[in-house]
Unconditional design. Sequence first.
Length: 536
Amino acid sequence: MEDLSKEPFSLFVSGQELFIFDQRKNCIYQIEPRDLRNILQDRSIRKISHGLKDRLFSLKEIRLEGLWFDTEIAAYLVDSSLSDYSVAALASHYLGRQIVDIPAKFMPYFIYQLYKVLSVKLEEKKLTKLFFETEMPLVSVLRDMEVEGLRVDAGVLCDLSREVDKRAHAAETKIFEMAGKKFNLNSPKQLASILFGELKIPPLKKTKTGYSTNEEVLEKLALQYPIAEAIMEYRYLNKLKTTYIIPLIEDVEKSKGRLYARFNQTATGTGRLSSSSPNLQSIPIKGELSFWLRRAFIPTSRDGYILSGDYSQIELRILAHLSGDSNLVAAFKQDLDIHQFTATLLFGVNKEEVTVQQRDIAKRVNFGIIYGMSSYGLSKELKIAPIEAQNFIDDYFNRYPKVKEYIERIQQLAEKDGFVGTILGRQRPLAEINSPNVQLREFAHRQAVNAPIQGSCADLIKVAMVRIYSALKQKKLNAKLIIQIHDELIFDVPGEELDQVEALVKKHMEEAIALKVPIRVNIAYGKNWGELKAIA
């Protein structure tokens, strides 16, 4: 082969095999396994590939350098509504090639053809800057996070497992005593028979297979029937153990004290990242046992710390930026408690008079507006009549008139263009925005309100991640970004770097994108993820 550093080459990795397509000679080369590492780690070779980070997940010893264009990420940026981003699916969608299964050796050819089409589409949609300055650099950030993993104390998890067993047994005993007999608690049919048959509790919801015993039903019943509350407790404990504790213990023991999760760049419609194997973003937050679970996540070094940088009310700040509402902008510029401030407007009281309940209602209304919630949805959220919920929404818009104008404007734009965009130009297609089906159309209208906010949050934290990663490398610090979860970044920091990393993280998170309102980041640190102390 000729010098690979002259222009980008498309390549595909399959296990230890590497295939490269030479577009100049229109031929494919199979590279010897011994040369795999050298080529992938050579930053002078500009590489075009497809989902390369994921293909290297098990090859943690290889450092990925020089990835210039990833067709999976490009296709996702061009259209985030596709259900399948495989090479075969994209070849069908963009190249008109109906191929079910592409052999590994032919992959680089199809990847190169996709590159030619997608690079043009990125230009057409004005997404080139977002792609090359944020999404592509982010691949290296996520690759290092996956290679680094995070240290987990299996002993803490084993202690928690025993405690959960004890509490689950106590809940089970309590349920059987109230039911007057033993039965299979994990059988919805037997549970329904006990609750609605033998105990004569009035059923609330019927399904095709009988009366429902889902969480929503049990929550309502728990207000009156202690057995329903005990069943909810049992289910929570059972889920905590089977979904989190046992799989985490197994993974950590297999990997000798570390956990290696995947971070997915093309899995959500909004542009937000997700994680899997395990899903770190779904680990419960509230409750004593959830804090216990998080205490198992610890720093690598004995003198180290877990440090968290968490955006404060970032969705509402982005709403203030996008809408330009003077009341909302002023509240953030004055660094007010936004939920308390909204409560003063909704209830006509001074901030000193706002009750906990009023602030909670204001908080739910604030977030309900972001998610395009209807009066019916808000009434369910607040457990009030729909007319009362509508009154709250009307009052909100009277106090924040530009927010209402923004929502109406963005929905009209979505109807006209078929998509909505974020601060950095990320697009969310809304195919059903003009659907004759009322439910589909209303759902698309809610997405039109929420997607620019959620997507701008994704833009913001991704830019921050890329800048922090670069700054840590530039300053030759050993601190590592290990988890991204919603609007929060988690770092593994050596003790002697704590002050420096805290300042660096705060600076780059708050300065990632300039908004009309200040961005605030809450920094906290501790000896584990469950016990973090805020830095004033």
